[in-house]
Each structure stands twice: as structure tokens, then as C-alpha cells.
Ligand binder design. Sequence first.
Ligand code: NDP
Length: 609
Amino acid sequence: MTCKPTQTPAADTFDIPTLREKYRAERDKRMRADREGQYRPTTDDTTHSYDVDPHMPVVARDPIVEELDVVVLGAGFAGLLAGYHLTRQGVTNFRNIDHGGDFGGVWYWNRYPGIQCDNDAYCYLPLLEETGFMPSKKFADGAEIQAYCRQIAESFGFADKALFHTLITSLKWDETIQRWRVGTSRGDELLARFVVMGCGVLNMPKLPGIAGINSFKGKIFHTARWDYDYSGGSYANPVLDKLADKRVAIIGTGATAIQAVPYLGRYAKQLYVIQRTPSTVDERPNPATDADWAASLQPGWQADRQANFHRAAMESFAPGEPDLICDIWTEIARNLSAELEAEGWPEMSIEQFMAKREVVDYRVMERLRARVDEMVEDKATAEALKPWYRFLCKRPLSSNEFYPTFNRPNVTLIDVADSKGLEKITEKGFVSGGVEYEVDCIIFASGFEVTSELKRRWGIDAVEGRDGLSIYDHWANGPRTLHGTMTHGFPNQFFIGYIQGGLNASVTEQFGRQAEHIAHIIHAVMDKGAKVVETTLQGQEDYVRHFEEMEIDMTAFQQECTPSYFTNEGQVKAPWALFRGYGPGWGAFQKLVQDWRAKGDLDGMELRS
Ligand code: NDP
């Protein structure tokens, strides 16, 4: 079926300079001087421990003492894709090590009611052709994704080797034995030739820095540690019946909250939704997978679909290219493409193209704001729920139930934009606009440590390379790497994540290509009979210079945005800025590393025996 452009308000129905000013005013209202510093690690909540797994009991086991070729930190998609590519390269003496009780990473921990993938599952779930798995619908449920994570590990034979409920607490390179000494929370002593850091980006929940967080005497938990004993229901059957006599507050209106809020609204006696910045929330048609369509797919279909998605979300469609994804992520590219088609694809400069795209962006955002008016009965609530920023300033979302939830008599929106966040938590509830609201339960849908300092995100006490050099000192001003994969001074250590490489719109596609590259290097090193591989300082600095010369400066766009982790909370040139990608694009970066691999000499790296 052809995906058509959407109907959006015409450009002459609104005034762009006025909208631009409105966007700036809304941004300024929320901009905080403490930026990233406004958030607190979960250890600041002294009322309970986020190390406790509410989903599975921790089973006692003896410490393990052994030598391995590879330790893969993580058993989420980054760790799974590392496992898959290592296996493909014939490297099988490895273990995934994970804090959770099973494969899945974020999909293990996050079991809040309503959890679904908010990207096209046919793109997001990796290795569909390799495993033969087909998601049951476009936006797959969390449980289906987590089960698929285990299926990947089982299909490629590395499920039984993983160590779960195990936190890596120290990683120290020992030059005398040319191995990493890996310490864990279970007292294991592992000696690994190589380590792959597949920590993911949403591994560590964070808390808003709200005064009085520890004084609250009621129930408190983060959405990534949902407590069904308290709410009633279960992950498989989220009927939250124990909330029938409870007053609940949920802090946040991001991707997580908009999925959980409809369930809380349905079951809680009273729900307060505490919003600082409204999200963009489109409709969410979620059809079951069409069996005929699935049967018609030709080999290579998933890579083609992922490439189509990436072009729509981060680049633009080529003339005549269909939109295979057809959802909120691809709307701007689709509408712009239709406009250019009607104009016969005129020649234009990049500036002219971006100006045209900006108009389409305003039109789409006008459509989304009008949608709020259509769905929310109370005018003041509807007004407060409207997003005022450019489309990709925050993650675009979709839900059919989020807005109608505000039409329920037991649901109240508490807008905390003017105070730049919730004012205060008290023994009995929370304070906003000088009024104390008494509640029984506070739920933090406050997100994850995405761009905070590395130690907070990794949560590993010590990561030491050659001569006891700490990576936290080494990268205090941000990462320096060769291809985003290795750093000088840290032999045999590899990184998967948003670090100085190509950026893909699909996080799993990005992790997969990184894992493929890493597995290639590990195999090549072992094949050459070497024990150690390390990027040379020269190799690293040459790449960093190239990366920085090629980099596209996003600050003009980002500075206009309302703050979020997408824009490093408004900090320009943040050391761990999320979207610092290889300027010429994803395809160019893949060509760069493929050509490098094809040369076969591991240029910029030094091998030692
Ligand atoms: P987010 O970081 O997106 O949202 C956190 C929310 O907490 C925001 O609404 C934020 O407001 C609010 N908040 C933070 N501090 C305060 C404060 N002091 N007072 C009031 N409100 C506050 O976290 P999510 O868990 O919602 O989502 C994180 C990411 O997880 C997503 O962006 C997405 O990548 C991923 N995700 C993916 C899903 C999928 O299906 N693939 C589903 C769910 C999540 P503000 O916006 O003003 O900062």
C-alpha cells in the first residue's frame, strides 16, 4: 500500500516568526542553569534500592574463576549483537554479563503497563532474516521483544553462557598477563583477553533533583522497576486493581509516561500527571502483521527497510522513493518529498532545502497541536498539553489513549513548566504552585542517564587501562577514539554506543554495525596470533581530527530547542553530546570502516604478541 502525505495546515494559516518566538519563550521557561546537574542518581533515593530486581529472584551461585577470550558487558541489544557477530566470526569463548536476570537490557527491566516499542518493529528488532522471527504487529509489545532477545541468544548458541544478576564492578588491564581482570558483584574473578562494552544508552534510571525526595512516606518507584505487588496486576495482565483506592502521581510525560498514563488513569482513584514539557503525540495505528506481506518479502528486505527508515528520519528520501515505514517518524520526509515531486524536484542549495523542510516541520507541528484540541475536552488542559518546539527537539511519540485519559474525572494535569520542574516532595505528597497535593504513591517516569558523566552511566567503580589509567580521567572532556571503537591506553577494549561514529536512526542497526566491526577486529587479531591490539595515539588523533573536520554543527538547531537529553539539556558542546555523528552520514561512515577492514592491515592499530 502506498503511504500518502498527511494533510497539514497550509503555511499561510500561521506566522512562522511568531511561532519561532513562541518556541523560544517556551524553551527559556524550561532552561535550567544546572543542566545535567538537575538530575540525581538513583542512589539519592535512600528509601529503597534500585539494585533490587522486582521481576526475578536472585539465585545464589558460587563465584566463577576462569579465563575467557571475551567478556561482553551487557545482554541487551548491544550485548546480543556483540554475541551474534563474535559467534559468526568463530569466537565462541565469551560470556555476556548483565545486571538483569535475563537477556533484554532495557526490555528486561522496563515492564511498566503498556510498554511497547515506539519504532517500527520490522526495523527495530535486529536479525529478523537471520532468526526467521516476525513481530506480531508494527509496534511490538515489550514482552514480545524481551522474549525475542532470548531467542537471538538461543538461536546462535550463547544463551547458556551468560551470567545474569551480575554487575561488573571493576575492569583492570593487567599488562603482565595481557588480559583484563574482571571483578563482579558475585565475587567472580574473570580473566578476559578482550572486553566489549555493550552498556546501552538507557541502562541507568535517573531521578529528578526535587527537594524532599526522601521525605515522602508513601510508595515510590521508577517506571524501570515497576512494582506490580503494589499496583496490582502483572506484566502479562496489567489490571492495576490495587490502585482503586490510591492517589497516584506520575512525574514525566516522555515516551514511558505516555504509555503508562492510560493504565494509571483507568485504575487509580486519582491520578496527577506532572508535566514539565509536553510531548508530540500522534495517533498510533498498530495493525497486526499481514501474513501475505510477510510471505512476500525478499532476501535483504530488512536492510532495505532500515535504510529507508534512516533516510526518512535523518536524511531525506531520494526522488520517487516510497515511504515504507509510514508513521510519525517519517511524516516530514514523506510530505517534503511529495512537495518536491509536485515541483519537479528543482535544484536547490542545502540552505534552501533546510528552509523548505523547516516549513514542513511547522506544518506538521501545527497538525499535532490541533490534534490535542480535537481530543482533550478541557480547553486549559489541551493548551497545556501542546508541544511548542521543532519536531526532532524531543523524541516523537504516538498513542491513541494518552490524550483521552485527560477527559477522565479522576485525572489531573499538573503543569510545572513555570517552576522548571516539580517544586517539592513532602511527607504526604508534592507541592506545585504553592499547593500541597496528598498522594499515596509517586512514580518516576523521569528517564535515564543518557548524557551524564560516564561513571554514573556505566556504574563501574574502576575501569583502568595500561599503567592504571582510569577511563573516567582519560575521557573527562569527552571521548577520543579510532572509529568510535577503541581508545589509546586501553588495549583490547571495545565500545558500542553513541561515540564518534556514524549515527543511524535505529539504535539497533547502529549497535549491530559496531558489533560487526568489533568482532572483525577481534577475529583478525586472534587470526594473526597476536595477544594485544591497541589503537596508536597517531591513529586515534588522525581519526578524531577527521571526525571533527567533517562534523556538522548542530548547535544552531539545538539551541532553539526546549531542553532534553536530545540536546544535552541545552548545553552546547557537552562532553557526552548524544548526537555527534560522522558528518558525511551513516552510509559514508560504513564505507569508511568497510574500506578500512578490506585493507586488512588494521591501520592505526598496533598488535603485540
Ligand atoms: P524521558 O527522559 O524521555 O522523560 C523524562 C520525563 O521526566 C520528561 O517528561 C521530563 O520533563 C520529566 N522530568 C524530568 N525532571 C523533571 C522534574 N524535575 N519535574 C518534572 N518533570 C521532570 O524518559 P522516558 O523514560 O520517558 O524515555 C526515555 C527514552 O526511552 C525515550 O526517549 C526512548 O528513547 C526510550 N523509550 C523507548 C520506548 C520504545 O518503545 N522504543 C518506550 C519508552 C521509552 P522534560 O521533558 O521537561 O525534561
